[in-house]
Write a protein that binds this ligand. Structure first.
Ligand SMILES: Nc1nc2c(ncn2[C@@H]2O[C@H](COP(=O)(O)OP(=O)(O)OP(=O)(O)O)[C@@H](O)[C@H]2O)c(=O)[nH]1
Ligand SMILES: C=C(OP(=O)(O)O)C(=O)O
Length: 230
């Protein structure tokens, strides 16, 4: 029988009560986010695009059949209500503690509501994310205590999971693929999941994401001319 916490967690977002995974999505304040895109998009567009990436990531994550709920960790006053309106549960960040503290905090929030949750983190800059590809990654991740997916460049990480009862131990930042590998997490090597690996840090990354096909919010911003030619 479900506990109150489990019922509360199940009521979050559009996830369904039988789906195993709770996802934690971290989002920096939009004014600071995606600084490496500054050369490719104008100053007013950079935070708008960062929000669009997060919206498309959350929409696709919530549309994944294996996802029960999505917790966004952010202090951004514009993004928080927008992402909550999509069905995410939004929790405040840890003050000035950085990405890994934000992720650990999000995982704690999930487990406080649902102690037996399988938890995975997903970066908020995956505008091409496809629900079916995420489902395939989650199916493989579910076989291991901890697992991760390298980013498209094979340097960083876009996804890290922890089975029920297992601590997440996030080690994101820069070249995190090797850090996650040496922490004992299993690397998921799977074809056909390019959208889950396609994080967007630069203009070239954004072009690559557009080639894969991005979600509605990012597509609208790019149609409105967010991406400079070149
Ligand atoms: N909640 C939270 N999220 C963070 C923090 N730092 C980074 N993130 C998020 O972590 C994910 C991966 O971060 P990056 O790819 O480095 O994104 P970014 O920091 O916006 O990009 P740059 O400014 O170019 O470094 C993105 O979803 C960021 O929004 C943090 O301190 N708190
Ligand atoms: C945060 C990471 O990388 P980037 O800032 O390059 O997206 C990471 O992959 O751990």
């Amino acid at each position: 029988m479900e506990t109150d916490g489990e019922r509360a967690a199940g009521a979050v977002g559009s996830g369904r009560a039988t789906a195993p995974w709770s996802l934690v999505v971290p989002l920096k304040p939009l004014a600071l986010a995606k600084s490496r895109l500054a050369g490719a998009v104008g100053p007013p567009e950079r935070p708008r695009l960062a929000l669009a990436f997060a919206q498309d990531t959350v929409v696709a994550a919530l549309a994944c059949a294996a996802v029960r709920d999505v917790v966004v960790v952010t202090d951004d006053p514009v993004a928080a209500p927008r992402l909550a309106a999509l069905g995410a549960r939004v929790v405040p960040d840890r003050p000035a503690a950085g990405l890994n503290a934000a992720l650990a905090h999000g995982a704690e929030v999930v487990r406080a509501l649902r102690p037996g949750a399988a938890v995975a983190t997903l970066n908020a800059d995956l505008p091409a994310l496809r629900p079916a590809e995420l489902e395939r990654v989650l199916a493989v991740a579910g076989r291991f205590p901890r697992a991760f997916l390298a980013d498209a460049a094979d340097i960083g990480t876009t996804f890290l999971s922890a089975a029920p009862g297992i601590e997440l131990r996030p080690a994101f930042g820069g070249a995190s693929r090797l850090r996650h590998l040496s922490s004992g997490a299993v690397e998921i090597r799977l074809g056909g999941v390019a959208s889950v690996r396609r994080d967007v840090d630069t203009g070239a990354d954004l072009r690559a994401a557009l080639e894969l096909g991005v979600g509605r919010c990012t597509a609208e911003r790019c149609r409105a001319g967010a991406l400079r030619a070149g």
